[in-house]
Write a protein that binds this ligand. Structure first.
Ligand code: NAD
Length: 502
């Protein structure tokens, strides 16, 4: 690209901005106008190598620093994010497009992981067993891995990096972030905040770029672990490549979250929840509800209630306080989602609300698609089988609980699922039956709090450990068990037998 007067977003290496050596750049646009706001440097393999080596050097001292020192940095980082939360939210809204209140919510949920990581003294405690044998004690430690990498998607440019970095850093690792090239500004703000918080140079790194930067990280010998969040095909590629290179990997993928509405449900509550979770952030959430399964005769009244609510939604620039839903992230993504809406019509689903005709005055260049609703959707249609990641809610009709759950469970994805009902027994049965990692009961987007762990099942997560919470601490540390005896002359003597307790 040729934008000479455009701001360039660089990398962050060794505690400062770094232009890198590449000659490739990406375009960062304002989603509501389509205007170019910056260009972002794309790292070369050599840039990645240099950044990881700087990080590896810094990791050594940071990993040996006291818990007290690291706790102090985490609290100061929390203060930085708290006092600059508006700046972060504005960066999200400009580049991603989500409305400012939604962006502020994203910052809040990210900050909660910093709150969690501030308790690192407690989180990293080992276990102790005294007198496991005469004069012998055993205890366990958790130690950092060294350099760990995080590769993140466009849809949560603050929250997803904060799912990873605070826990990794608190545990004593150096963290290398490769954010989405579509909205990279927030990562550089986080880097500045960590520096102001007193984090030593090199312990937090931002590598901007595309697949070349990712692929260089996946095979770098100094990178010990990789956390990834993004689409399923890339998650699988990341998992397979990085594990083949001996790394620990958690790779979170895409989703097709089903919400089952039983006949006894509070239909107003269910309709509110489906509209909020279907169209919030223009459907660009991995925990968006994209399929509503209406069980029995409530389909008609439920759909009527959803339609009423859709008609009242205000779509517009995320900086306008009246807007409830913003644009899609890019022209390319808009084209893909529109194509899927076209296919739904062609495949015979009933189009009840068509967002394709939307016009937002004064923002004609934005990536707009209004709330779209399909009824009579069935497996085999692309709008059912594929993750759409746009403001498109699909209603599927089912005759029974078993049919509804069978449908949800046959999805290759298993991120989140929800049930709407007033029947405690049915809800409990659903909790047991459903093959998804996060389950909501009368809650549409069951995103776990920071002190629990976030992650799906099936093609929504490759790896064993989920992100943040207790799994996050385990992922970013390795265990060591020490068996200790202080010499006592009474214990002398050679014994070639297998050690047993005495
Ligand atoms: P994406 O997979 O296109 O990109 C994610 C990251 O991978 C980016 O940093 C990108 O630069 C990199 N990447 C892209 N193509 C690559 C390639 N060929 N090789 C190596 N790296 C590559 O995802 P996205 O469009 O940014 O984000 C949306 C997707 O993320 C959706 O599928 C959504 O469901 C998913 N997501 C999942 C979760 C979850 O918790 N499971 C959370 C948020 C988003």
């Amino acid at each position: 690209m040729t934008a000479t007067s455009t701001t360039t977003l660089n990398h962050w290496i060794g505690g400062r901005e770094d232009a890198g050596t590449g000659d490739r750049f990406g375009e960062v646009t304002e989603s509501a106008t389509g205007e170019l706001v910056a260009r972002v440097a794309f790292a070369t393999e050599a840039d990645v190598d240099r950044a990881v080596r700087v990080a590896a050097e810094a990791a050594d001292a940071w990993g040996r620093s006291s818990l007290g020192q690291r706790t102090k940095v985490m609290f100061a980082f929390r203060e930085q994010v708290n006092s600059r939360r508006d700046e972060l939210a504005r960066a999200i809204t400009r580049e991603h497009g989500k409305v400012l209140s939604d962006a502020a919510g994203e910052v809040q949920r990210g900050m909660e992981v910093i709150d969690f990581a501030c308790g690192l003294g407690h989180l990293l405690k080992g276990e102790m067993s005294g007198q496991v044998s005469r004069g012998v004690d055993s205890y366990s430690l958790r130690q950092p891995l060294g350099v760990v990498a995080g590769i993140t998607p466009f849809n949560f440019p603050v929250m997803v990096p904060l799912w990873m970095a605070p826990v990794a850093l608190a545990a004593g690792n150096a963290f290398v972030l490769k954010p989405s090239e579509q909205d990279p500004s927030a990562s550089l703000l986080l880097a500045d905040m960590l520096k102001n918080a007193g984090l030593p140079e090199g312990v937090f790194t931002v590598i901007n770029g595309d697949k070349d930067a990712v692929n260089a990280l996946l095979v770098h010998p100094e990178v010990r672990a990789v956390s990834f969040v993004g689409s399923t095909p890339i998650a699988k590629h990341v998992y397979e490549t990085a594990t083949a290179h001996g790394k620990r990997v958690q790779a979170l993928g895409g989703a097709k979250n089903h919400a089952v509405v039983l006949p006894d449900a509070d239909l107003d509550l269910a309709a509110d929840a489906l509209v909020s979770a279907g169209y919030g952030s223009a459907g660009q959430r991995c925990m968006a509800v994209s399929v509503a399964v209406a069980v029995g005769a409530i389909a008609e009244p439920l759909i009527a209630k959803i339609q009423e609510r859709i008609a009242g939604l205000t779509v517009g620039d995320g900086f306008d306080a009246a807007s409830e839903m913003g644009p899609l992230v890019s022209e390319r993504h808009l084209g893909r989602v529109r194509g899927l809406v076209d296919s739904g019509e062609g495949d015979g689903a009933t189009l009840l609300a068509d967002g394709r005709a939307i016009a937002v005055e004064g923002r004609e260049g934005g990536h707009w698609l209004g709330p779209t609703l399909f009824d009579n959707v069935r497996p085999g249609m692309a709008i059912y089988d594929e993750e759409i990641f746009g403001p498109v809610l699909c209603v599927v009709r089912a005759d029974s609980y078993d049919e509804a759950v069978g449908l949800a469970n046959s999805s290759p994805y298993g991120n989140g699922a929800a049930i709407f009902t007033n029947d405690g027994g049915a809800a409990r049965q659903f909790e047991q039956d459903i093959t998804a990692g996060m389950v909501g009961v009368n809650v549409p987007i069951p995103v776990p709090m920071a002190y629990h762990s976030f992650g799906g099942w099936k093609d929504s997560l490759f790896g064993d450990l989920h992100v943040h919470g207790p799994d996050g601490v385990r992922f970013y540390t390795r265990g060591k068990v020490i068996t200790r005896r202080w010499p006592d002359p009474a214990d002398r003597g050679i014994d070639l037998g297998f050690p047993v307790h005495s």
